[in-house]
Ligand binder design. Structure first.
Ligand SMILES: N[C@@H](CCC(=O)N[C@@H](CS)C(=O)NCC(=O)O)C(=O)O
Length: 247
């Protein structure tokens, strides 16, 4: 089975998917397109024009949660959900909290404001929104997590989809130079560092750092040169288009 992932190494939702693939031992090739740069064919496989998209011989799935659930069904071992119905539900809720609220704040408010708006749309940073995000929105997320995360290790014993989803957003926070204050949120800081140290995350780091420092139009070639498993075909186009959903 040949698996293609469409999406940039800089996206937390792509990272979540790549980490699940790696833990499940599934080989893939990646078409490293930055959001907003998909062509017409991309709209066909991703009607919401979002990344990641997973494509194999039988399915095309345009959402990280759907992809990871599919991987769990298709390759049950090692499991990325705990055993009992209650713990599975908890894990799914924390994944949803990460994807929706952490996504809204760490991606739409912080990363897009500092990186995407500047480099894709040529807009200035919205300083008022940035202050509100740093002073109010992020602390309320960290307070919520601090009350739920373990003092050591993963949430449910072995690494799960909840650990992966939450940690993926902390990686994007660090791209925006936001570091969790360990004196105010010690569990959260320790948890993020611990999960991001897992080999499935750390093996992606060189490709993430390369993508961060390379102009968007040169990502594909730079990643190929660095040995990333890049596809031969691409769904990218040279001109960005505004997305369909706002958050
Ligand atoms: N629910 C989706 C969210 C994916 C998502 O928002 N991806 C961002 C990149 S980090 C994107 O494609 N943004 C472009 C847009 O929203 O138009 C998932 O879990 O895959």
């Amino acid at each position: 089975m040949s698996v293609t992932i469409i999406g940039s190494y800089l996206s937390p939702y792509v990272r979540k998917t790549l980490v699940c693939l790696q833990i499940k031992g599934v080989d893939y090739r990646i078409d490293p397109i930055v959001p907003f740069f998909g062509n017409d064919e991309f709209s066909r496989v991703s009607p919401l024009r979002r990344i990641p998209v997973y494509i194999d011989d039988r399915v095309a799935l345009p959402d990280s949660t759907v992809i990871c659930e599919f991987l769990e069904d298709r390759f049950p071992e090692p499991a990325l959900l705990p055993a009992s119905a209650e713990l599975r539900a908890n894990a799914r809720w924390l994944e949803e909290f990460a994807d929706s609220r952490m996504g809204e704040v760490f991606i739409w408010r912080l990363f897009n404001n500092l990186v995407i708006n500047r480099f894709v749309w040529g807009q200035a940073v919205d300083e008022i929104q940035l202050r509100h995000t740093i002073d109010r929105e992020i602390p309320s997320i960290l307070d919520y997590l601090e009350a739920r995360l373990p003092t050591a290790g993963y949430l449910f014993g072995a690494i799960s989809i909840a650990d992966i989803a939450i940690a993926s957003f902390f990686r994007n926070a660090s791209f925006s130079k936001y570091e969790v204050d360990p004196s105010r949120w010690p569990r959260t800081r320790h948890f993020a560092d611990h999960v991001l140290d897992h080999p499935a995350f750390s093996s992606l780091r060189p490709f993430e750092e390369l993508s961060l420092r390379t102009p968007i139009g040169e990502h594909r070639q730079a990643l190929l040169d660095a040995g990333a498993p890049v596809t031969s075909e691409t769904y990218a186009t040279g001109r960005p288009r505004r997305g369909i959903l706002r958050t």
